[in-house]
Design a protein around this ligand. Sequence first.
Ligand SMILES: [Zn+2]
Length: 140
Amino acid sequence: MTEKTEQVIFHPDFFKIPEDGSKPYLVESKCRGCGKLWFPKLPICPACLSETFDDTPMERVGKLYSYTVMYIPQPGLKAPLAIGYVDFSNGVRVGAQIDVLPEKIQIGMDLQVESGVIREDKTGKQTISYVFREVSEGGK
Ligand SMILES: [Zn+2]
């Protein structure tokens, strides 16, 4: 029998994991109609109703704006689980799991986008999405 972990990538249209092994990144969408920046990607610009966007890779490091730690999470999630919002220099605020020990998390710290398992069901099927981790040495 071959054991193979089934993995699903969550939000593949705005979270990219390059196949060449380079670092994963988020994608911002700039409206061609009014120039506003959106994340996550939207089908229609809420500001001007344009349907055309230019997608650009975002920088990978932002600053933690706020967070919360859940000690009794939902089934399929590991505890304790930190969830927070990170502000990026393009003005976008992104919410995701924070893969850092809760006692080491500080408001304003630099966090970078990485890929991680955000959920695993009873059959072992894993959902991969973006998570925030501490900025590694030389990883910027
Ligand atoms: Zn627009």
